[in-house]
Design a protein around this ligand. Structure first.
Ligand SMILES: Nc1ncnc2c1ncn2[C@@H]1O[C@H](COP(=O)(O)OP(=O)(O)O)[C@@H](O)[C@H]1O
Ligand SMILES: [Mg+2]
Length: 260
Protein backbone atom coordinates (compact mmCIF):
# COMPACT_ATOMS: atom_id res chain seq x y z
CA UNK A 1 0.00 0.00 0.00
CA UNK A 2 1.33 3.37 -0.95
CA UNK A 3 1.27 6.30 1.42
CA UNK A 4 -1.54 8.34 -0.10
CA UNK A 5 -1.70 11.98 0.99
CA UNK A 6 -4.27 14.58 -0.01
CA UNK A 7 -2.83 18.10 -0.04
CA UNK A 8 -5.84 20.16 0.90
CA UNK A 9 -6.98 23.56 2.08
CA UNK A 10 -10.13 25.13 0.68
CA UNK A 11 -8.35 28.49 0.67
CA UNK A 12 -6.74 29.30 -2.66
CA UNK A 13 -3.16 30.47 -3.01
CA UNK A 14 -1.80 28.87 0.17
CA UNK A 15 0.78 26.70 -1.60
CA UNK A 16 -1.04 23.39 -2.24
CA UNK A 17 0.17 23.02 -5.81
CA UNK A 18 3.67 24.31 -5.04
CA UNK A 19 3.88 21.75 -2.24
CA UNK A 20 2.65 18.87 -4.41
CA UNK A 21 5.05 19.50 -7.28
CA UNK A 22 8.09 20.17 -5.12
CA UNK A 23 7.45 17.50 -2.53
CA UNK A 24 6.93 14.97 -5.34
CA UNK A 25 10.24 15.97 -6.96
CA UNK A 26 12.05 15.92 -3.61
CA UNK A 27 10.73 12.44 -2.77
CA UNK A 28 11.98 11.21 -6.16
CA UNK A 29 15.38 12.74 -5.35
CA UNK A 30 15.45 10.49 -2.28
CA UNK A 31 14.76 7.49 -4.54
CA UNK A 32 11.07 7.10 -3.80
CA UNK A 33 8.54 6.15 -6.46
CA UNK A 34 5.95 8.89 -6.58
CA UNK A 35 2.62 9.54 -8.27
CA UNK A 36 1.15 13.04 -8.33
CA UNK A 37 -2.58 13.30 -8.99
CA UNK A 38 -3.81 16.67 -10.22
CA UNK A 39 -7.36 17.00 -8.95
CA UNK A 40 -7.80 20.70 -9.70
CA UNK A 41 -9.48 21.68 -13.01
CA UNK A 42 -7.02 24.61 -13.17
CA UNK A 43 -4.33 22.04 -14.03
CA UNK A 44 -1.57 24.04 -12.33
CA UNK A 45 0.22 20.96 -11.01
CA UNK A 46 0.10 19.49 -14.52
CA UNK A 47 1.61 22.58 -16.17
CA UNK A 48 4.08 23.04 -13.31
CA UNK A 49 5.28 19.50 -13.93
CA UNK A 50 6.03 20.27 -17.59
CA UNK A 51 2.94 18.50 -19.01
CA UNK A 52 0.82 20.60 -21.37
CA UNK A 53 -2.75 20.40 -20.04
CA UNK A 54 -4.15 21.59 -23.39
CA UNK A 55 -2.66 18.67 -25.30
CA UNK A 56 -3.74 15.88 -22.92
CA UNK A 57 -6.17 13.74 -24.89
CA UNK A 58 -7.08 11.82 -21.77
CA UNK A 59 -6.83 13.13 -18.23
CA UNK A 60 -7.74 12.24 -14.67
CA UNK A 61 -11.32 13.22 -15.58
CA UNK A 62 -11.59 10.20 -17.92
CA UNK A 63 -10.14 7.95 -15.22
CA UNK A 64 -12.65 9.14 -12.61
CA UNK A 65 -15.55 8.60 -15.00
CA UNK A 66 -14.32 5.13 -15.99
CA UNK A 67 -13.73 6.22 -19.58
CA UNK A 68 -9.97 5.52 -19.65
CA UNK A 69 -7.63 3.21 -17.76
CA UNK A 70 -4.89 4.26 -15.35
CA UNK A 71 -2.21 3.24 -17.86
CA UNK A 72 -3.84 5.35 -20.57
CA UNK A 73 -3.89 8.47 -18.40
CA UNK A 74 -0.61 8.30 -16.46
CA UNK A 75 2.38 10.28 -17.76
CA UNK A 76 6.03 10.38 -16.69
CA UNK A 77 7.37 13.84 -15.86
CA UNK A 78 10.74 14.89 -17.19
CA UNK A 79 13.20 15.76 -15.69
CA UNK A 80 11.51 15.42 -12.28
CA UNK A 81 10.82 11.71 -12.71
CA UNK A 82 7.52 11.26 -10.91
CA UNK A 83 4.37 9.97 -12.59
CA UNK A 84 1.38 12.27 -12.97
CA UNK A 85 -2.32 11.91 -13.65
CA UNK A 86 -2.84 15.23 -15.46
CA UNK A 87 -5.89 17.48 -15.22
CA UNK A 88 -7.48 20.24 -17.24
CA UNK A 89 -10.78 22.13 -17.38
CA UNK A 90 -12.66 18.93 -18.29
CA UNK A 91 -12.39 17.92 -14.65
CA UNK A 92 -15.16 20.41 -13.83
CA UNK A 93 -17.61 18.22 -15.73
CA UNK A 94 -16.39 15.13 -13.86
CA UNK A 95 -17.30 16.85 -10.61
CA UNK A 96 -20.90 17.29 -11.81
CA UNK A 97 -21.14 13.66 -12.98
CA UNK A 98 -19.69 12.34 -9.72
CA UNK A 99 -22.21 14.37 -7.73
CA UNK A 100 -25.03 12.66 -9.63
CA UNK A 101 -23.69 9.16 -8.91
CA UNK A 102 -24.62 7.52 -5.63
CA UNK A 103 -21.07 6.36 -4.96
CA UNK A 104 -19.27 9.15 -6.80
CA UNK A 105 -17.05 9.78 -3.77
CA UNK A 106 -15.34 6.42 -4.26
CA UNK A 107 -14.26 6.94 -7.82
CA UNK A 108 -10.59 7.86 -7.22
CA UNK A 109 -10.11 5.17 -4.58
CA UNK A 110 -11.42 2.55 -6.99
CA UNK A 111 -9.25 3.86 -9.82
CA UNK A 112 -6.13 3.62 -7.64
CA UNK A 113 -6.81 0.22 -6.11
CA UNK A 114 -4.81 -1.81 -8.62
CA UNK A 115 -2.05 0.71 -9.19
CA UNK A 116 -1.08 2.13 -5.83
CA UNK A 117 1.33 -0.69 -4.99
CA UNK A 118 3.73 0.62 -7.67
CA UNK A 119 4.39 3.73 -5.59
CA UNK A 120 5.93 4.67 -2.25
CA UNK A 121 4.05 7.97 -2.14
CA UNK A 122 0.95 9.27 -3.88
CA UNK A 123 0.20 13.00 -3.53
CA UNK A 124 -3.17 14.48 -4.50
CA UNK A 125 -3.37 18.19 -5.37
CA UNK A 126 -6.87 19.34 -4.39
CA UNK A 127 -8.97 22.23 -5.73
CA UNK A 128 -9.56 25.26 -3.46
CA UNK A 129 -12.96 24.07 -2.23
CA UNK A 130 -14.51 21.25 -0.23
CA UNK A 131 -16.30 19.82 -3.27
CA UNK A 132 -16.82 16.32 -4.69
CA UNK A 133 -13.27 16.20 -6.05
CA UNK A 134 -11.89 16.93 -2.57
CA UNK A 135 -14.21 14.28 -1.12
CA UNK A 136 -12.73 11.81 -3.64
CA UNK A 137 -9.23 12.77 -2.50
CA UNK A 138 -10.10 12.44 1.20
CA UNK A 139 -11.76 9.08 0.57
CA UNK A 140 -8.73 7.68 -1.25
CA UNK A 141 -6.11 9.12 1.13
CA UNK A 142 -4.59 7.90 4.37
CA UNK A 143 -3.36 11.31 5.46
CA UNK A 144 -4.04 14.97 4.84
CA UNK A 145 -1.27 17.52 4.39
CA UNK A 146 -2.62 21.02 5.06
CA UNK A 147 -0.54 23.92 3.76
CA UNK A 148 -1.20 27.05 5.81
CA UNK A 149 -0.06 30.55 4.99
CA UNK A 150 0.63 32.27 8.30
CA UNK A 151 -1.59 35.31 7.84
CA UNK A 152 -4.58 36.83 9.57
CA UNK A 153 -7.44 34.64 8.23
CA UNK A 154 -5.39 31.45 8.06
CA UNK A 155 -7.04 29.73 11.00
CA UNK A 156 -10.58 30.63 10.00
CA UNK A 157 -11.17 27.96 7.35
CA UNK A 158 -9.23 25.30 9.20
CA UNK A 159 -12.05 24.27 11.54
CA UNK A 160 -14.43 23.44 8.68
CA UNK A 161 -11.65 21.51 6.95
CA UNK A 162 -10.91 19.53 10.13
CA UNK A 163 -14.66 18.89 10.52
CA UNK A 164 -14.88 17.55 6.97
CA UNK A 165 -11.88 15.29 7.60
CA UNK A 166 -13.53 13.98 10.78
CA UNK A 167 -16.83 13.34 8.98
CA UNK A 168 -15.10 11.35 6.29
CA UNK A 169 -13.02 9.39 8.77
CA UNK A 170 -16.13 8.55 10.81
CA UNK A 171 -18.03 7.33 7.76
CA UNK A 172 -16.36 6.21 4.59
CA UNK A 173 -12.63 6.25 5.40
CA UNK A 174 -11.67 5.31 8.99
CA UNK A 175 -7.94 5.33 8.08
CA UNK A 176 -7.96 9.07 7.36
CA UNK A 177 -5.86 11.31 9.62
CA UNK A 178 -4.32 14.75 9.51
CA UNK A 179 -0.74 13.94 8.52
CA UNK A 180 0.52 17.44 9.17
CA UNK A 181 0.16 21.19 8.84
CA UNK A 182 2.78 22.90 6.72
CA UNK A 183 3.64 26.55 7.19
CA UNK A 184 4.18 28.04 3.71
CA UNK A 185 5.47 31.39 2.40
CA UNK A 186 6.97 31.81 5.83
CA UNK A 187 8.59 35.13 6.69
CA UNK A 188 10.13 35.04 10.19
CA UNK A 189 10.68 38.84 10.18
CA UNK A 190 6.93 39.40 10.07
CA UNK A 191 5.37 39.49 13.54
CA UNK A 192 1.96 38.36 12.24
CA UNK A 193 3.63 35.29 10.74
CA UNK A 194 5.18 34.52 14.11
CA UNK A 195 1.86 35.04 15.96
CA UNK A 196 -0.16 32.82 13.62
CA UNK A 197 2.60 30.23 13.68
CA UNK A 198 2.48 30.17 17.50
CA UNK A 199 -1.32 29.76 17.41
CA UNK A 200 -1.00 26.85 14.99
CA UNK A 201 1.45 25.08 17.29
CA UNK A 202 -0.82 25.76 20.26
CA UNK A 203 -3.85 24.23 18.50
CA UNK A 204 -2.24 21.40 16.60
CA UNK A 205 0.91 20.59 18.59
CA UNK A 206 3.23 18.11 16.91
CA UNK A 207 0.93 17.89 13.87
CA UNK A 208 2.70 21.06 12.71
CA UNK A 209 5.74 20.09 10.65
CA UNK A 210 9.10 21.28 11.95
CA UNK A 211 10.00 22.18 8.38
CA UNK A 212 8.78 25.61 7.27
CA UNK A 213 8.67 26.70 3.64
CA UNK A 214 10.10 30.20 3.30
CA UNK A 215 8.78 32.79 0.88
CA UNK A 216 11.21 32.29 -1.99
CA UNK A 217 11.03 33.84 -5.45
CA UNK A 218 12.57 30.75 -7.10
CA UNK A 219 9.55 28.71 -5.97
CA UNK A 220 7.26 31.22 -7.68
CA UNK A 221 9.35 31.31 -10.89
CA UNK A 222 9.87 27.57 -11.41
CA UNK A 223 6.30 26.71 -12.60
CA UNK A 224 6.53 29.08 -15.56
CA UNK A 225 9.38 26.86 -16.79
CA UNK A 226 7.35 23.69 -16.15
CA UNK A 227 9.89 22.63 -13.53
CA UNK A 228 10.02 21.80 -9.85
CA UNK A 229 12.41 24.13 -8.07
CA UNK A 230 14.87 21.28 -7.59
CA UNK A 231 15.42 21.25 -11.36
CA UNK A 232 15.24 25.04 -11.71
CA UNK A 233 17.53 26.15 -8.88
CA UNK A 234 18.50 23.27 -6.65
CA UNK A 235 20.48 25.39 -4.20
CA UNK A 236 17.65 27.87 -3.54
CA UNK A 237 16.10 28.13 -0.09
CA UNK A 238 12.81 26.84 -1.49
CA UNK A 239 14.47 23.75 -2.90
CA UNK A 240 16.27 22.96 0.36
CA UNK A 241 13.05 23.44 2.34
CA UNK A 242 11.09 20.94 0.24
CA UNK A 243 13.96 18.44 0.48
CA UNK A 244 13.79 18.85 4.26
CA UNK A 245 10.02 18.28 4.15
CA UNK A 246 10.51 15.10 2.11
CA UNK A 247 12.93 13.92 4.81
CA UNK A 248 10.50 14.73 7.61
CA UNK A 249 7.61 13.02 5.82
CA UNK A 250 9.67 9.93 5.06
CA UNK A 251 10.87 9.59 8.65
CA UNK A 252 7.27 9.88 9.87
CA UNK A 253 6.04 7.29 7.42
CA UNK A 254 8.78 4.71 7.40
CA UNK A 255 7.92 2.06 4.94
CA UNK A 256 9.84 -0.39 2.81
CA UNK A 257 10.70 1.03 -0.56
CA UNK A 258 9.03 -0.45 -3.61
CA UNK A 259 11.66 -2.58 -5.32
CA UNK A 260 11.96 -3.19 -9.07
N1 LIG B 1 7.01 29.53 -0.65
C1 LIG B 1 6.64 30.34 -1.65
N2 LIG B 1 7.36 31.43 -1.94
C2 LIG B 1 6.97 32.26 -2.94
N3 LIG B 1 5.90 32.07 -3.71
C3 LIG B 1 5.13 31.00 -3.47
C4 LIG B 1 5.47 30.06 -2.44
N4 LIG B 1 4.52 29.08 -2.43
C5 LIG B 1 3.66 29.39 -3.41
N5 LIG B 1 4.01 30.53 -4.04
C6 LIG B 1 3.28 31.20 -5.13
O1 LIG B 1 2.01 31.59 -4.61
C7 LIG B 1 0.98 31.34 -5.56
C8 LIG B 1 -0.03 30.36 -4.99
O2 LIG B 1 0.60 29.11 -4.75
P1 LIG B 1 -0.09 27.75 -5.16
O3 LIG B 1 0.85 26.66 -4.82
O4 LIG B 1 -0.57 27.79 -6.59
O5 LIG B 1 -1.33 27.73 -4.18
P2 LIG B 1 -2.69 26.86 -4.22
O6 LIG B 1 -2.41 25.62 -5.02
O7 LIG B 1 -2.98 26.58 -2.79
O8 LIG B 1 -3.73 27.72 -4.85
C9 LIG B 1 1.68 30.83 -6.82
O9 LIG B 1 1.90 31.90 -7.68
C10 LIG B 1 2.99 30.27 -6.29
O10 LIG B 1 4.01 30.31 -7.27
MG1 LIG C 1 -3.44 24.87 -6.70
Amino acid sequence: MANIFAVTNQKGGVGKTTTCVNLAASLVATKRKVLLIDLDPQGNATMGSGVDKYSCEVSVCDLLLGEASFDEVVRKTDPAGYDILPANAELTSAEVHLLQQGNGGLSLKTALSENQSKYDFILIDCPPSLNMLTVNALTAARGVIIPVQCEYYALEGLSSLIQTIEQISESINPDLQVEGLLRTMFDPRNSLTRDVSAQLTEHFGDKVYNTVIPRNVRLAEAPSHGLPVLAYDEKSKGSLAYLALAGELTRKNKKKKVTA
